[in-house]
Design a protein around this ligand. Sequence first.
Ligand code: ARG
Length: 571
Amino acid sequence: MAQNIFVNAIVKALTPHLDLSGTEIEGMIATPPDPKMGDYSFPCFTLAKAMRMSPKDIAADLAAKVDTTDLLEQIQTAGPYLNFFVSKARFVQEVLRNIRSQGDRYGQSDIGQGKTVCIDFSSPNIAKHLAVHHLQSTMIGNGLYKIYSALGYKCVGINHLGDWGTQFGQLILAYKKWGAADKLETDGITHLNQLYVRFHAEAEGNPELEQEAREWFRRLEDGDPKARDLWQRFKDISLEEFNRAYEMLGVHFDSFAGESFYCDMLNDVIERLETAGIATESEGAVVVDLEEYGMPACLLRKSDGATLYATRDIAAAEYRKKTYNFAKMIYVVGGEQRLAFRQLFKVLELMGYEWVKDCTHVDFGMVRFKDRKMSTRKGDVILLEDLLKRAVELAKSIMQEGEMEHEVPPDQMDEVAAAVGIGAVIFAELASKRVKDVAFDWAEILNFKGDTGPYVQYTHARSSSILRKAQQDVVDDVDVDLLTDETTMAVVKQLERLPAVIRDAAEVYEPYFICNYLLDLCGATNTLLHKHRILKNEPPLTNARLLLIDCVRQVIRNGLWVLGIKAPERM
Ligand code: ARG
C-alpha cells in the first residue's frame, strides 16, 4: 500500500534476507532523529532473538548483503540500525510529481473508505449567545471533520443543540410574564437572556415561580401546542444568530438533531434501563448508580418526571449507532464535561454496547483574553459575532496600514480581510494542544510575522505572487538536480510530510499538528525565498524553482483547507 517509493525500495531490498513479510518490514521502518544519519532507518532489535545474533551484527550483516540502487544511494550502519540515504534528485522528483498530479487532493488518502465518523461539535444551547468555548468546539470539530474526510471517512457533523430541559419551562414562563414579541424580533437572544436573568432574580423571592416553570416544561414535554410554539420561536431566533456565525466561519453541519430530537425516545430508554436492572428508583427519581466505578450516580429522571441531559445523550448515542453505524463517534466538548462523558460511556457499557469503545470525548482547555474590552462586555460572555467582526476590522487596518506591498484590489479588500481576520482567530484557537489553555491577544494572533494564521496565509500569497510575476506556465519537466541543495531540500522534505501529518492528527484528534506543520513549511519556504532568487535565473533554474513554489502554494492551501481557513491569492 505504501505510496512511498523509497519505503517500497527498502522493503524490496530487505525481503530476500529476512524471514518477515513485506508489511512487517514496512512497519519497522523509521525515520532517524537526525537527517545526517539517513532518510530512513531499519532497527534490528526485535530480530535478535529469532536470528540468534546481536542487533548490531544483524545490521552489519544486512549492510553487507543489500546493494544500493538508483533510489537508495547509500546504506550505512549505526550500531543496531541500518540507515538508508535516498537519492535526493529522485526524492524531489517523486514529491513534486505527487503534489502536481494530486493537486487539491494531495495529503488525502482512502484509509477511511467505507467507514463513517460522527462528530458532535459546536452544540450550543439555544436562547443563549454563542460563547467562546463554542468557537473552540466548532473549529476543532470542523478541523476533525475535514481531517477525517481527507482520509476518506464519511463524516456526519452533528450539532447537538441544547434545546431541551427545564430551563425552557422557565423561559416560557418568563416570556409570558415579561416578554415582548417586538423585542424578541429586534434583540433576539439578548432579549431571551434578559428574561432568563429576570426569572432567576424574581424566583429568589418567589419559589412558586419555579413550580410554575416546571409545569411549563412538563407541558412542553407533553407536546402542548402553546408551549411548543413559543419554544420553536426561541429556537428559530437562536438558530438565526448561530447560522450567521457558522457562515462567517465557513462551517457546515449535516444534522441539527439536538436534545429535543430525542424526547420521544426517552421513556423507552429509561424503561429498558430499569428492566435490565441498570437503573433504579431512588426517592422518586431514576438513577444509574455508578459508585462502584468511582463516579456519582447518573440521573435519568427527576422526581418531578423531567428527563435530563444524560438521558438524551444515551438516546442520541443509540440513535446515531442505528442510523449511521459509525466506526467512531467523537464528542468535541470542553473539559468541564469530562465527568458527564465518563458517566455516559459507562452507562452505555453497562447496556452491553461494545461500540462504546469507539466513542471519544475530545476535550479542550479554556481561552483567556488579554484584551480587557473583550472580556468585560456583557458580563463574562464574549459574543462570538463581535469577536469575529473585530478580527476582520483589525485585519483590514493592518493590511491597509502595513508596509506590505499592496496587491489586493480595493473591491476584494473586504473579502480578503474576512479571510485573514477569521483565519487568524481560527488558527489561534487551533495552534496549541487541545488541553492547553489559549491566551488570546489581538496583536499576537494578527502578527503577520509571528506563528499565526496570517503568516501562513501570507506565505501562500507571496508564493502566488511570484507565480503571477513569472508570467510563464509552470512546467513539470524540470532538472530536479537543481533542487537538491540543503535549503531547497528542507522545503521539499516538509512538502513530503503532509499526508503523514494528517494521519497523525486524526489518530490523536489534534488539529494543532497541522498548524505546527504549516509553520515549519512556511519557515523553510521563507528561508528559501530569502536565500534564493526564484525568477530571473537561467531558464532551467527558474523553471525548477517555479515548480517548487507552485507545490509550496498548493500544499499550504491544502493544509489551510483542513483547518477551515481560506487561502487568498493576494494579501
Ligand atoms: N450543549 C452543550 C453545551 O453547550 C454541549 C453538548 C455537547 N454534546 C453532547 N452530545 N452532549 O455545553
